[in-house]
Design a protein around this ligand. Sequence first.
Ligand code: HMG
Ligand code: MG
Length: 279
Amino acid sequence: MSADPIKIVEVGPRDGLQNEKSIIPTETKIAFVDALSSSGLTEIEVSSFVSPKWVPQLADALEVFRGITRVPGVVYSALVPNEVGLDRAIEAKVDKISVFTAASETFSQKNVGASIAETIKRFRPVLQRSPVPVRGYVSTAFYCPYEGKIEPNAVVPVIEDLLEIGCVEISIGDTIGKAIPEEVTRLLEVTLDICPVEKIAMHFHDTFGNAIANSSASERMGVRVFDSSAGGIGGCPFAPGATGNVSTSALVRLFEGRTGISLEKLEEAAKIVRPFLTR
Ligand code: HMG
Ligand code: MG
């Protein structure tokens, strides 16, 4: 393995908590983010400015942003589905936002009540007005909980659309954690024809235990940005059967000496939320 630095985007406070049914106290979320901020992470996805009716757990996104202690050099980001979310994110002084769509029409409908084309239409004014850089997520890039296998030719046009509207980074999501390394390599081969590898992040869930092998396969293709959650918590409420993200500690071990993240500090952070988790 080469020794290039690896960047880990910690998504635990957002992806990790969004699927928890019992509402976690806002102070606990703030303490979790603050503990993560001292671990050496350089980017933390703090929450989502989505509809509180759809994701009640993250209804306190603004309060969490107001409560955290920002460490210089750490980017604090959030999910934004539309212009209403953008206005809330601006009020919270986020450093970066993430718009999110999918490669499967059924998942898109279940997740945001819109077709893929409609999501891109919603994002255009968000990108035009955003005062901060925008990441674009493509969910169900390998498998969909409703449609099954998704072929690369359904994923690539979505990535092209997200780049065209101005996303500076594309996070490719194995939402239900079903991909295998060969599928990851194949998707990256075609993706890298239309997108520089520097703009790619990989977002693996670990339902079938393949996330580490998939991360290695991505690294061999040149990817240097990976999403993960402290303690491996997580899952999407609109993707039945999906379990947590790949654990941040597992990635820190895989990419030893390349992430700048402390395993001890990560464990301290995970301990803060663990007593509140039911999943
Ligand atoms: P909708 O109900 O169709 O929205 O939701 P609407 O435009 O019809 O508006 C209805 C009401 O919601 C209005 O209020 C709006 O103002 C309000 P009313 O007039 O009735 O009082 N509203 C909002 N309020 C707060 N914040 C907002 C917002 N937007 C509208 N942003 C919407 C459409 C997209 C908002 C909804 O479907 C939604 O919030 N979905 C979020 C789903 C979600 O968060 N999924 C999980 C994240 S994605 C994921 O986990 C995958 C990922 O990890 C990658 C991977 O693993 O693959 C990223
Ligand atoms: Mg996810």
